[in-house]
Design a protein around this ligand. Structure first.
Ligand code: GSH
Length: 101
């Protein structure tokens, strides 16, 4: 739980993110758990059941592996971050307690 203003600021930043995932993939679950723990409202894009999302993942990231975090910076430049450990490290670095300190 964060103060409302702080959560709004985090929400504004997480609007620039999207997580490509499969609903039943254990690696995706690992990342979704961290999102939940840190109260990150990040759009989930199902690359298993949604062909558009799957195609975007392959076209942008280069392979159909999930989880993959799409990070869009203020200039619109896209970074496709694969690997659950790397994604979770990014979440903790950007939004964890240490980030707020
Ligand atoms: N080391 C990767 C493993 C990810 C992985 O194996 N994901 C599977 C789904 S559980 C996958 O994307 N497989 C490719 C496919 O099914 O096309 C991680 O930790 O993110």
């Amino acid at each position: 739980m964060r103060p409302e203003a702080e959560q709004r600021a985090i929400d504004a930043r997480t609007r620039k993110l999207a997580l490509y995932h499969f609903p039943t993939c254990p690696f995706c679950l690992k990342s979704r758990r961290v999102m939940k723990r840190l109260s990150l409202n990040i759009e989930l894009r199902d690359a298993r059941n949604n062909e558009t999302h799957r195609a975007a993942l392959v076209a942008g990231g280069g392979k159909p592996q999930v989880p993959c975090l799409l990070i869009t910076d203020d200039e619109g430049k896209e970074t496709w971050l694969y690997e659950s450990d790397a994604i979770n490290a990014y979440f903790n670095r950007e939004f964890g307690d240490a980030a707020a300190a």
